[in-house]
Design a protein around this ligand. Structure first.
Ligand SMILES: [Zn+2]
Length: 359
């Protein structure tokens, strides 16, 4: 009996000693990193912050920095993510004068931007929905010489407007179907003509150019029918126009107003969206249409039928055209909804949803 008690006592003693030793050793470890940090000049609170926010394997990096107020800023920033500690520090060391929150935002974005100097502009850019990483150099270039804010920079660069209208020319991609882009960069060949044009008749048309592509025409008629229920009478005045038609029209405008003026309101042949068979000029083809009940109804409802106001007010520098209250383009309901809700142009939609290859 006595022997048993003795054994239990010995076991208990041993366990207590081992536990104390373990605890003591651990504490010793903690104490030494704390001591080292304090030797660098960190206060008790700052040491706690570091131990709390930095993984053990990164303590060495902290010690290498020496006392650094910005390090504390990084650790207390709201977007701080412990797993990115090394990325923050590497980027911070290259950008010592940059704002800490900008550094955090740039590194937290899923883009690889280590080689770009940290700046408020770059941080603002990566926060934008339509940011495209392939365009970042052009964003920064344009943004550094134009004080217009990240959103506008992205709109202009994504739509290529920063390059200057008609400065580059690409063939429109016909496979994009309802989303074929035709503007001052993308153009159609002289002989391009959609194969599924149908004529709008009766109440739906009052113009000489009455043809649209089949899907667009069907959507157009649905839209006109819906408008009628709201006592709004809509009709097409000009839909599909051939290359030759546009060629004549444009040259007539040049004779009348000169090339520079003509380019602001008329498309060069091949560069007119009317050649796609996907758009319509409705009711009244001049500025007097703006503000009418018909124009307002279209502005608020056309997207439900897959149509967008193609050349909106305030977007002239993106589309390259002055505001046209009467020109509606069929893009399909899905794209129209995004374009309407996000208040973007087809140029911006195309760059982000169709053309963007990778992040
Ligand atoms: Zn038009």
């Amino acid at each position: 009996m006595r022997k048993k008690v003795l054994i239990i006592i010995v076991i208990l003693l041993l366990a207590t000693t081992l536990f104390s030793l373990f605890f003591f050793l651990n504490k010793e470890d903690d104490k030494s990193i704390s001591d080292l940090l304090m030797e660098e000049g960190y206060s008790d609170n700052e040491v706690s912050l570091i131990l709390d926010k930095v993984a053990e394997e990164d303590y060495e990096d902290v010690l290498n920095l020496g006392y650094d107020k910005s390090l504390l800023g990084i650790l207390s920033a709201s977007g701080y993510d412990e797993s990115k500690f090394n990325n923050y520090i590497e980027y911070y060391v290259k950008n010592k004068d940059a704002n800490i929150n900008d550094i955090i935002t740039i590194i937290n974005s899923r883009y690889d931007l280590d080689n770009y100097p940290a700046s408020a502009l770059l941080a603002d850019l990566v926060k934008e929905k339509y940011y495209i990483n392939d365009n970042v150099a052009r964003y920064l270039d344009y943004g550094n010489s134009h004080d217009i804010g990240a959103k506008k920079i992205i709109s202009l660069v994504n739509s290529k407007a920063d390059l200057g209208f008609y400065s580059e020319s690409y063939d429109s991609v016909l496979d994009d179907n309802n989303l074929i882009l035709v503007n001052k960069f993308y153009h159609l060949k002289e002989d391009y003509m959609p194969s599924d044009l149908v004529s709008l008749g009766g109440q739906y048309n009052r113009g000489a150019n009455s043809r649209m592509r089949k899907d667009a025409a069907e959507a157009f008629m649905k839209m006109v029918d819906a408008a009628k229920l709201d006592n709004i009478i809509l009709y097409n005045m000009s839909a599909f126009r051939s290359y030759d038609y546009q060629d004549n029209l444009y040259n007539r405008y040049i004779k009348r107003d000169g090339k520079e003026a003509a380019d602001k309101y008329s498309a060069r042949p091949g560069y007119s969206e009317h050649q796609t068979g996907l758009c319509s000029d409705l009711n009244v083809i001049d500025d007097s249409f703006d503000g009418t009940d018909e124009a307002n109804w279209l502005r608020d409802n056309a997207y439900k039928y897959g149509f967008i106001l193609r050349f909106p007010k305030g977007k002239e520098d993106i589309t390259g055209y002055k505001y046209e209250a009467w020109h509606y383009r069929y893009v399909g309901i899905e794209a129209a909804k995004i374009i309407y809700e996000d208040d973007i142009t087809l140029e911006e939609y195309y760059a982000y949803y169709i053309e963007k290859i990778s992040d």
